[in-house]
Design a protein around this ligand. Sequence first.
Ligand code: UD2
Ligand code: MN
Length: 285
Amino acid sequence: ITEKKGTSANLSKSLQPCPDVPPKLVGPLFITFDQHRTMDGVKKDVGSSLQEGGRFKPPNCLSLQKVAVIIPFRKRHEHLKHWLFYLHPVLKRQQLDYGIYVINQDGEGVFNRGKLANVGFVEALKEYDYDCFVFSDVDLVPMNDHNLYRCFNKPRHLSVAIDKFNFMLPHPTVFGGVSSLSKDQFLKVNGYSNNYWGWGGEDDDLSQRISLHGMGISRPDSETGKYKMIGHDQDLNLNFEAAERLEETAATMDKDGLNSLNYTVKKIEKDRLYTLISVDIHAPQ
Ligand code: UD2
Ligand code: MN
């Protein structure tokens, strides 16, 4: 028994680091949101080489980064199905050691994307020693697999050219949609604010935290950073306090964020394609 254990440990140690440029990338992708796609079908199509919970490691090399992909979520199952169908193959080709965490807001209270993202960060770290975090809307699918779901020396905004915005960056400090921060970068800014309830503002607040901490934003070029957004109605729960709160980011960020996060995990479910964490984030009624 001891001998066997020793052998397998040596085997995994002898894996070489993956190349900096993943060799099997294909470039532009053809994306369709086919109404007939089903979750069972997606499981059959892309679930084979995954471990429970939507986990994957490249079999033949040691991944350069351990990446948790965090999706703030509620009642967008239709979108999730398409997201999983397209993202799993991309993330595998990118040779990431990754896990997918769908952070589901429990109950009917006002949605809070930033707080759910913070929960995802904390909960993913309880499972594995992730060093990079990608925060993604459930409705954004990359149109080019050269757009690496990794972390860089600056916080990264990945969804720079979305079809809905005519493939242009709406303004220079945008950080919404899909973005990545290393564990250290995210800790440095104290995560997202927990106090943006309803649609809007939490992404701009994070962007301000980043610049207030002296960091810039890195981005792929606009060909690499093309995205399709799945069509949906605008969330009607607008956050009318957002503009005011954004004036206060500098004064409040050190005490509002990861260090003030409180929530109750209701359930953790392991699907083959993702880990679903349902959480009560104490939404105001
Ligand atoms: C924009 C931003 C998004 C966020 C939001 C304001 C881009 C491309 N996206 O998204 O990152 O800053 O504005 O808060 O700039 N969600 C649910 N259920 C809900 C509501 C939201 O799952 O009932 C999740 C889901 O992952 C969704 C995301 O939150 O994709 C953003 O919400 P949205 O898609 O309704 O808003 P959108 O597209 O204006
Ligand atoms: Mn959207």
